[in-house]
Design a protein around this ligand. Structure first.
Ligand code: GCU
Length: 328
């Protein structure tokens, strides 16, 4: 009898605690977020804006801790940890996400977007939103896209002035099959490496070059300009960044908190875009001042060389490519 009373008493207390937490919306939540870019880089600025929004609008009940600079691992690993619920929120490039949820790889295709305005309308339109929703297949909930401008080649010794100059060069690629195929179409020898390993690979001659936007290449990014002074404006891709939350974390949030997390991610988008726009020009000036040679090329020649890749991937992505191209 006594044991039964104690048992029921315990059950009652546990139930009471749960009810209070749920009923009063009093559940204290700490979300851990990962980013592989350094502190003050626009993606990290975006995540911090999201954290502030969450704290302010929950009276401090929801805290989001942002771990920048790859502290929680490289992109592949942080995506996997988010799938397992070990990390709650991740911001990565969409390129590696394409290895976990194939359609997301479409954004890595060369010369897919006409310009920045086209890029934004695709991300904000049906295709962008569909792909965010589709991430549930990979155990993730897509929250928002961030800007990442256009990607260009840069090299340590051999300036790239035409496609011919890329022949046989060992170029680092993101960990993405699409990017690998693009690199092969251009005649380069692709070397997939995590982002954090690229600087020393350039420095020690393990690779001849890499490709990225001005902010990543520049002094407020990962400073590859220090070891690869030839930067070629071929603009072969415009790969967005994506902010995602673990499906298991998501399932543990109340519908109100889920709505608040979405709202916070949305509120961070204009903050990130603004920080981005400012940094692109500043980075370009800084690397020019530091002595990088900025090389103009005939983009049509690069486009022609990679056209078969778009052709090849139309089988993988179905009508996604056409829908993107048709977006105004
Ligand atoms: C961009 C992106 C990074 C990514 C990197 C890469 O710089 O912001 O998150 O890791 O590209 O080339 O791997």
């Amino acid at each position: 009898m006594q044991r039964w009373v104690r048992y029921m008493g315990g059950r009652f207390l546990a139930l009471l605690a749960l009810t209070l937490a749920a009923g009063a919306g009093a559940q204290e939540i700490t979300l851990r977020a990962a980013d592989n870019q350094p502190e003050n880089y626009p993606t990290v600025v975006g995540l911090r804006a999201m954290a502030d929004y969450l704290a302010e609008n929950s009276d401090g009940r929801i805290q989001m801790e942002v771990f920048a600079g790859g502290q929680l691992g490289d992109e592949r690993s942080t995506i996997e940890q988010a799938q397992l619920g070990v990390i709650d929120i991740v911001r990565t490039s969409t390129s590696p996400v394409g290895e976990f949820y194939t359609p997301m790889g479409v954004f890595s295709l060369p010369y897919l977007f006409r310009d920045e305005a086209h890029f934004v309308s695709v991300l904000e339109g049906d295709v962008g939103q569909e792909l965010l929703e589709g991430l549930s297949e990979a155990g993730l909930v897509g929250l928002a896209y961030y800007d990442s401008g256009s990607r260009n080649f840069y090299t340590t010794q051999t300036p790239i002035r035409s496609v011919a100059d890329l022949q046989g060069l060992r170029i680092r690629t993101q960990e993405s099959q699409v990017v690998l195929d693009m690199m092969e179409a251009l005649g380069a020898d692709p070397v997939p490496l995590p982002f954090a390993e690229v600087y020393s690979a350039l420095q020690t001659g393990v690779i001849d070059g890499a490709e990225n936007n001005f902010p990543s290449y520049g002094p407020e990014g990962v400073r590859h300009f220090e070891v690869a002074p030839y930067y070629t404006l071929d603009a072969h891709a415009r790969v967005p960044e994506v902010v995602m939350i673990s499906s298991s974390t998501w399932a543990g949030l109340s519908p109100e908190d889920q709505a608040l997390v979405r709202e916070a991610a949305q509120a961070s988008v204009p903050v990130q875009f603004e920080a981005w726009a400012e940094l692109v020009e500043r980075s370009r000036r800084a690397v020019e001042e530091a002595g990088s040679e900025i090389i103009e090329v005939d983009i049509a020649e690069f486009q022609a060389a990679v056209a078969p890749v778009l052709e090849q991937y139309s089988a993988v992505y179905g009508d996604l490519i056409r829908r993107i191209q048709d977006t105004e």
